[in-house]
Ligand binder design. Structure first.
Ligand code: DX5
Ligand code: ZN
Length: 216
């Protein structure tokens, strides 16, 4: 069963509560929150105050994607703000294993995100510690970009390795996901699809959520 995680990056920030209510009522499973520091990625988005405000208006799990250099500095504060899942970038961590242990010690689910150029094999040593692997299918920093096709090979390799070793972490695809590529991503092993432009960028976001959830 697909876990659909609409990304509020593409929502109207002045009407966030209303937009979140719309996708929650329509059947969205998680909310994906993109935190950008202007250093690890060439853009700024929002931080803990907005996560806390969103926590107050929804019961959906908050899937917080930290595009932050050296995220160990902020894990505690995002836990306090109400995150359920904290995903950090392998490329942003000098001590990835330590940072993952910090997330687990906070009682949250731990995820690692990989940029398009990072091989999935670089995750093998930390897979036993993970609840989620997020494969970036665009270069992080902006919504509404085109899906990078090479993601499919990475997804297949990761899913194969997961089956061979009996791991239970979820695989999330983030960037350029739409109603056209969603089915093939799910067939290739994706459990969670992040959708920004293809949900909040649509005239009828509720209908977009229902269309994703109807994909088999
Ligand atoms: C990109 C973010 C994505 C973004 C996806 O850096 O990590 O979560 O919101 O947006 P779409 O679905 O529009 O590509
Ligand atoms: Zn994201």
């Amino acid at each position: 069963m697909l876990i659909l995680a609409p990304s509020v990056l593409s929502a109207d920030f002045a009407r966030l509560a209303e937009h979140i209510q719309t996708v929650e009522s329509a059947g969205a499973d998680w909310l994906h929150l993109d935190v950008m520091d202007g250093l690890f990625v060439p853009n700024l988005s929002f931080g803990q105050p907005v996560v806390r405000a969103i926590r107050a208006v929804t019961t959906l799990p908050l899937d917080v994607h930290l595009m932050i250099q050296d995220p160990g500095r902020y894990l505690d504060s995002f836990a306090q703000a109400g995150a359920d899942i904290l995903t950090i970038h392998l490329e942003a961590c000098v001590h990835l294993h330590r940072n993952l242990q910090q997330i687990k010690a906070l009682g949250l689910q731990a995820g690692v995100a990989l940029n398009p150029h990072t091989p999935v094999e670089s995750l093998w040593p930390v897979l036993p510690d993970l609840d989620l692997v997020c494969l970036m299918s665009v270069n992080p920093g902006f919504g509404g970009q085109a899906f990078i096709p090479a993601t499919m090979n990475k997804l297949a390799a990761l899913d194969r390795y997961r089956k061979e070793h009996g791991f239970t972490f979820r695989i999330e695809i983030d960037g350029g996901v739409d109603l056209i590529n969603a089915a093939s991503l799910m067939q290739a092993g994706a459990d969670v699809l992040v959708a920004g432009n293809s949900v909040f960028g649509q005239a009828d976001a509720a209908q977009a959520v229902r269309a994703f959830k109807a994909i088999r």
